[in-house]
Design a protein around this ligand. Sequence first.
Ligand SMILES: Nc1ncnc2c1ncn2[C@@H]1O[C@H](COP(=O)(O)OP(=O)(O)O)[C@@H](O)[C@H]1O
Ligand SMILES: [Mg+2]
Length: 305
Amino acid sequence: MDQAEQLRNIIKNNTACRGQTSDVNLSPPGKIARVITVTSGKGGVGKSNISVNLGIQMSRIGKRVIILDADFGLANVEVMLGIRPQFNLADLMFRGKGLRDIITKGPENIGFISGGSGISELTNITRSQIAFLTQKLDELDEIADVIIIDTGAGITDSVLEFVTASSEVLLVATPEPTSITDAYALLKTLNRKVDFSTEATVIKMIANRVDSYEEARQLYMKLNLVVEKFLTVRMDFLGAIPQDLNVSKAVMQQKPYSILYPNAPSSKAVFELAGILCNHAPQRAYAVSGIAGLFSNLLRLKLKK
Ligand SMILES: Nc1ncnc2c1ncn2[C@@H]1O[C@H](COP(=O)(O)OP(=O)(O)O)[C@@H](O)[C@H]1O
Ligand SMILES: [Mg+2]
C-alpha cells in the first residue's frame, strides 16, 4: 500500500483504536518559558481558537501566559479577542519599543504579542539585530511561564521554520480529509528538512471538531500508522476537542469560548488539554531553549540559507 492509499484509508475507515499520550514529565528549569507552537497543515482547523483558549485555561491553572500571533497576514488572535494592540514585534525589533510596550493585556491575565510585519521582516535581519532581539526576548522568558505561538496556515517557509525551531509543537487536525492529508504533507516536508530533528522537537497532535474521543484516537492512530511507516518524524497524541457550536458563537462575539461558555464541551476539553500539558512538561533537553532560544534557532536557520 502506498502513502496516498493509506491516507485514503484513514479518511474512509473509522474503526476504534488507541491513542498514546506523551510521557515526558520533567519540569522546565526556572526562568525559561515553555514555548508551545500551534500549527496545522491546512488553515481554518482551529489553531487560533486553540491557542487563545488553551492560554486562558493555562492562566486559570496559574501559569503566566503570553500568546504570540505569528500569523501576521490575518492578525487572527486580535480579532478573536476583540483587541487592537498598539505595537507589534516589528516595533520591538526596529523601532525602539521595549518588550513591555508590545505586550497587550488580554482577558484573564493573558498577555498578547502581535507578530505584525516582524515575522516577515525576520527574513532580512542582520547578525547584530539577532543579538539584540534575542537579548530583548530573554526578558520574555522571565515574565512568562508559557508562550503560545499561533502560526499561520499552510506549509510555508515561515511556518516550517517556526516548527523546526520549536521544542514543542501542537499539530491541529480535524477529521476533514484535506486536513488529514495536509497534516501529513506538513510532517513529510518536515521530515525532508535537514534542520528538523525529532529529538529537538516534540510534535503532539490535537484532533479538533470530532464527534467523540474515540474518533480523535482513531484519527491519530491511522495518521500515525502512515507517519511511522514512511517518515522518521514522531507524532504523539495529545487529545481531542469536540465539534461544538459554541466555538463559532464565541468567534462571532469576539470573545473566547472558555470565557463566554465555561461549561461548554469545547471549554471542558481545552481545560483538560491544558491540564495534560501542565502535568507533562517537556524533558529538560527539549525545554532549555525558551523563547530567546527559539528565536535564535529561527534566525540561525535563516542565516544558513
Ligand atoms: N471545536 C470546534 N467546533 C466547532 N467549530 C469550530 C471548532 N474549532 C474551530 N471551529 C470553527 O472553525 C473556524 C476557524 O477556526 P480558527 O481557530 O480561526 O482556525 P485557524 O486558526 O486554524 O485558521 C472558527 O471560526 C470556528 O467557526
Ligand atoms: Mg488562525
